[in-house]
Design a protein around this ligand. Structure first.
Ligand SMILES: *Cc1c(COP(=O)(O)O)cnc(C)c1O
Length: 369
């Protein structure tokens, strides 16, 4: 039997691959390769999709975080509260602007940062809260917005895993002072290489991001501020425009696949399945399950030809590169438990019924032994 990959690019919905190829060819023929009509159109269409003020295309999700933090005025001497259970880019971006990352425990059920935990870490030095919408589920934003407003600090969303995810009928990326998106190929909206965007309603932040990504230029060779080169590529923008039209369909397929797992795997061994919090429309960037037999289950599935992944095996505070933050094992028991027990199952648009049933059958077989 064919192995089931953890992730694979598939032509879903059928015909999308051809549309992307055509968009690339058209862009080549258009002969405008940097900050041209494709980037402009994608920025407009993505902002409209999110019902946000504006989107500014940048080189990748990490740069989107860094540029958003800079736009919000976060720098040396400032503290930024963020979840310890996240992809390392979130922590890195805070360090890049010279600020101090203040790590906080995730919620046990949603794995996300909550206002209650974030509040414990607010000090006079806190400049911003960086809320990560992990695995495709938006944080409880109203509480976070209230906390940020009452403390007069900024709220930044890391929406890299949450394209199209909703909270109270609003899209991830439209609820903070600013948001950072990644379009890394495997994300729910993925380019054919690196790409990202800063999203905001604030015209001052938008103007800063527009200039900063392009050497601080307002016009060619007119540098109003110090900047960098982190422009969204014209070819990537063309691919993203084609795929954005199918984002809802791709997310619906992720949700359908998730429902199958939720149905089929309930009451299996000691498995804890992902929960959807109140007011949230989960888009299952990652479908993770928890079990204390994680390592054994992963090895068994591997043997049986089923690919899995772990998000994330070592929490940020225990990564060798971040020991200088001064944390120890035991500082974040929830995050450490997630690192020990979390396993991500194959879930991507185009995963077939036969493949998914194989995954279900093998997981059940493991616990039935
Ligand atoms: C993917 C990701 C990023 C970084 O995006 P890149 O485009 O790879 O730089 C940041 N934060 C989170 C939560 C992510 O999942």
């Amino acid at each position: 039997m064919q192995p089931v990959p953890y992730f694979q690019f598939r032509d879903f919905p059928a015909g999308l691959e051809a549309q992307v190829q055509q968009a690339l060819l058209d862009t080549v023929a258009g002969r405008q390769y940097v900050l041209g009509p494709q980037v402009e159109a994608f920025e407009r269409e993505f902002a409209a999709y999110l019902s946000a003020g504006a989107a500014v295309g940048v080189g990748n999700g990490y740069d989107a975080l860094v540029i958003a933090l800079k736009a919000l005025g976060v720098g040396a001497g400032d503290e930024v509260v963020l979840p310890v259970h996240t992809f390392i880019a979130t922590v890195n971006a805070v360090l890049q602007v010279g600020a101090t990352p203040i790590l906080a425990e995730p919620d046990k059920y949603t794995y996300n940062l909550t206002a209650e935990t974030a509040a414990r870490h607010i000090t006079p030095k806190t400049k911003a809260i960086l809320a990560v919408h992990l695995y495709g589920q938006v944080c409880q934003m109203e509480e976070l917005q209230r906390l940020a407003q009452s403390q007069r600090i900024k709220l930044l969303e890391d929406a890299a895993q949450a394209h199209g995810a909703t909270y109270k009928n609003k899209y991830a990326g439209s609820m903070g002072d600013a948001a950072a998106f990644s379009f890394y190929p495997t994300k729910n909206l993925g380019a054919l290489g690196d790409a990202g965007a800063v999203v905001t309603f604030d015209e001052t932040l938008e103007a800063f991001a527009r200039k900063y990504r392009n050497y601080g230029e307002s016009q060619k060779y007119n540098s109003e501020q110090v900047g960098i080169n982190s422009r969204l590529d014209e070819l990537q923008a063309a691919a993203l425009r084609a795929k954005l039209q199918h984002l809802e369909a791709m997310n619906r397929e992720r949700q359908r696949l998730a429902q199958v797992y939720l149905q089929e795997l309930q009451n299996t061994g000691d498995l804890i399945l992902p929960q959807t919090a109140p007011h949230c429309g989960h888009v299952y960037h990652i479908f993770n399950i928890l079990t204390k037999y994680r390592n054994e289950l992963q090895a068994y599935l591997q043997e049986q030809g089923v690919g899995t992944a772990i998000h994330y095996p070592v929490p940020a505070h225990l990564q060798p590169a971040y020991t200088f933050l001064g944390h120890r094992a035991g500082d974040f028991p929830v995050a450490e438990e997630l690192a020990r027990t979390s396993l991500s199952l194959p879930l991507f648009p185009g995963l077939t019924e036969v493949e998914q049933q194989r995954v279900v059958e093998k997981v059940k077989a493991f616990f039935g032994r």
